[in-house]
Write a protein that binds this ligand. Structure first.
Ligand SMILES: [Mn+2]
Length: 379
């Protein structure tokens, strides 16, 4: 029988979801449902162990509801004789007030919160599975080499809440920087990783040495990676990873150019982004001569979305002109000065048709500059 483990990480139980306004409570519900589904998957697949690679909780003081939910589900696993293991992450690691894994005990959950591993934990005596794990602790040196494979038959699996870096990023120590080579040289069969919120296998010479399972649901508008639970199966020397989707929420972040659209026109464009169950944040850009009436737009459009946030990033034409016209000798600056001069001439000549045309050209030109700038920003 191949050995199976279910890996989850970055669950962030008890997260407040403050950036989701009145939808925050629903996000909490989505998260709890996803956690319950991942435990159900572990039970259904009769895995040998559940590994939680850090940030099970969003803080060391989550509300009682989150703690109770965890407690109930680890007890379910425990009655099915499925042991669970957790390392601390960056959100639930030992801080000044201690880690939640020191203040609370969970039946069926074994925390590995030391920064140096004394001995791995061995389960399944007939077909041994050895669990290795260390956690970041403030002011304590994390000894990665203490996770090096011990001799003995069976499968050797590590757990780490860490940042796999390639040497050129500046990773703070509490995020445990490690390289693929370091992970690989531990000699373990696999390392369950947490910290990156989307699924990411770490390969070394065509072998998967480790993987991030990612968070169970997207945790913010900045954090849209696709994660879920990860089923790792060990069949002799072969390792396979299967993603198990457990979330039921679709979060979109879009950018929309408004230019001089009316509320009706803009509302129609926004509704194009709606799909059933969509939680969206749409950023509206462009140069306008009139400010946007966001509450009026939300009133029209919100019923088409599960939840919608509109971010107004439009620039007002008048402010824009004054600011830019007095600015440095850029192509844009020269363009604005020429246009303002032409507008003044048309005004002096009483040519209102020409004035309107120049104003239109100015707006179009500024929009094109703006579009270029955004395209460069997104590289
Ligand atoms: Mn996290």
């Amino acid at each position: 029988m191949p050995l199976k483990i279910l890996q989850i990480a970055d669950v962030h139980l008890g997260r407040l979801f403050a950036s989701f306004g009145h939808y925050a409570e629903r996000m909490q519900q989505h998260l709890e449902d996803a956690f319950i589904r991942s435990i159900t998957a572990a039970l259904e697949h009769k895995v040998d162990a559940v590994l939680i690679a850090g940030d099970l909780f969003d803080s060391n003081a989550p509300d009682a509801k989150a703690v109770d939910l965890a407690r109930q589900h680890f007890e379910l696993l425990s009655s099915a004789k499925i042991p669970a293991f957790v390392v601390a992450g960056t959100h639930d690691c030992s801080g000044a007030f201690g880690s939640i894994y020191e203040s609370e005990k969970f039946l069926g959950l074994t925390p590995l919160t030391s920064a140096v591993l004394e001995n791995p934990i061995t389960i399944n005596k007939e077909s041994p599975l050895h669990i290795y794990g260390i956690s970041a602790r403030p002011g304590v040196h994390v000894d990665l080499s203490s996770m090096a494979k011990r001799p003995g038959p069976g499968i050797h699996v590590g757990m780490l809440h860490a940042t796999v870096s390639y040497g050129h990023e500046n990773v703070p120590l509490r995020d445990i920087p490690v390289t693929t080579e370091q992970l690989s040289s531990l000699g373990l069969d696999y390392v369950a990783l947490g910290h990156i919120h989307s699924y990411k296998p770490i390969m070394s010479a065509d072998r998967m040495v480790a993987a991030y399972s990612g968070s169970l649901v997207p945790l913010s508008f900045k954090n849209l990676g696709i994660g879920g639970a990860l089923m790792i199966q060990f069949d002799g020397a072969r390792i396979s990873a299967t993603q198990i989707p457990v979330g039921s929420i679709n979060i979109r972040v879009e950018s929309l150019e408004a230019a001089e659209d009316s509320i009706d026109e803009l509302s129609k464009k926004l509704i194009n982004y709606s799909e059933p169950g969509t939680v969206a944040k749409i950023c509206i850009t462009g140069i306008r001569s009139e400010p946007l009436d966001i509450p009026a737009i939300l009133q029209k459009v919100s019923p088409h979305f599960e939840y919608l946030v509109i971010e107004d990033k439009t620039n007002l034409l008048s402010d824009y002109m004054i600011r830019e016209a007095s600015s440095a000798p850029t192509v844009r600056g020269i363009f604005i000065r020429l246009m303002l001069e032409a507008a003044q001439n048309a005004k002096a000549a009483g040519d209102s048709k020409r004035l309107a045309l120049i104003q239109e050209a100015l707006r179009e030109g500024l929009t094109a500059f703006e579009r270029n700038r955004r395209a460069e920003d997104s590289i």
